[in-house]
Design a binder for this molecule. Structure first.
Ligand SMILES: NC(=O)c1ccc[n+]([C@@H]2O[C@H](COP(=O)([O-])OP(=O)(O)OC[C@H]3O[C@@H](n4cnc5c(N)ncnc54)[C@H](OP(=O)(O)O)[C@@H]3O)[C@@H](O)[C@H]2O)c1
Length: 304
């Protein structure tokens, strides 16, 4: 780390997209990368893989106590925050340390708590949320796999785990798709409330990246398909990518000087405004509710 270094935190950087983003960032000049991970042993392995050009810090996004500790311990300015840590829980309802449904807790509530908590450190910085085309009920690729889009009722109900899907798998898919809608709405709403020159907020829709750890709670045959055949077939499907390709887009959002003026936008892995955003997600009332209800759940407000 040099005096000119720009520090960027990547959550969930032990594997998949997060690890690829960390790797890409370490190839840029003057970037100091912080791997914010729940398993520091695996984080240390990744740091070694990156030639020691990254620092490891413990962060368990399934615990608000741990998110608050991480924020309280943070010293100094930040250039970037990538809210990448995510789960897709399809094997029944699991609760976070705070008693919230795990998917919403990790993917959305922790990401919002971290962002709001670190906002005073992010003067002139950027925050990237990771969205997904699964939020959109009209997305063909997602519906082929069984997604039926986001179902945003209220943050309180989602945190309680309320869901109306007919199976664990469907409820898991619904919760995941909803959490990804909430990531996007949060970035849009923060961009409305915070001037871009103070902090810019983006959503990256990374496309379908078969083979990552995301399918880990799926039944064994699905996991096998996800890590083998689907990796070969996916280039034939629309909107598919790889962690490396999508990581390059994330690094661009963190590095390009001109993109700041586009705070609030959803970009795809080709660095273009995403065509996969559900038109209903553009309703400002929806994003206002997503942020205000989450801040109420967290018992906090945006710093002045
Ligand atoms: N793969 C896709 O097709 C796809 C498509 C659209 C969006 N995304 C999004 O991309 C992001 C990365 O997913 P991925 O596909 O790369 O999956 P992945 O390989 O499973 O990576 C998820 C990362 O999140 C971490 N994580 C999970 N729970 C955590 C917690 N409680 N605290 C801290 N870290 C936690 C995992 O850590 P451990 O190693 O400790 O488990 C892992 O490093 C997610 O936000 C996902 O929604 C993925």
């Amino acid at each position: 780390m040099t005096a000119r270094s720009k520090t960027t935190i990547v959550t969930g950087a032990t594997q998949g997209l997060g690890r690829a983003i960390a790797r890409t960032l370490t190839t840029l000049p003057d970037q100091h990368v912080v791997l914010a991970v729940r398993d520091v042993g695996r984080g240390a392995e990744v740091a070694r893989e990156l030639g020691g050009r990254a620092e490891v810090r413990r962060l368990d996004c399934a615990s608000l106590t741990d998110v608050r500790r991480f924020v309280a311990e943070w010293q100094g300015p930040l250039h970037g925050l990538v809210n990448n840590a995510g789960v897709q829980q399809v094997a029944g309802t699991r609760l976070s340390a705070d008693g919230f449904e795990e998917t919403i807790a990790v993917n959305h509530v922790a990401a919002t708590a971290l962002t709001v908590g670190l906002l005073p450190r992010l003067e002139g910085g950027r925050v990237v949320f990771i969205g997904s085309g699964t939020h959109n009920p009209e997305n063909r690729t997602a519906t082929i796999f069984g997604f039926r889009g986001a179902r945003f009722t209220s943050i309180e109900a989602l945190a309680r785990g309320d869901a109306d899907g007919p199976s664990d798998r469907q409820r898991g898919f619904d919760r995941y798709a909803t959490s990804k809608l909430l990531n996007m709405l949060t970035a849009m709403e923060l961009a409305r409330r915070v001037p871009a020159e103070r902090t810019a907020f983006f959503t990256l829709d990374p496309g379908l990246m078969a083979g990552t750890g995301l399918a880990r709670t799926a039944p064994a045959p699905v996991r096998l398909l996800w890590s083998t055949a689907l990796r070969w077939i996916s280039p034939l499907l629309p909107d598919t990518s790889t962690p490396e390709r999508s990581a390059a887009a994330a690094a661009w959002l963190l590095d390009d000087p001109d993109v700041v003026a586009r705070s609030g936008e959803v970009f795809d892995f080709e660095r273009k405004p995403s065509r996969r955003v559900w038109p209903a997600a553009r309703d400002p009332e929806l994003s206002r509710r997503a942020l205000d209800e989450t801040l109420a759940l967290l018992g906090t407000s945006l710093p002045a």
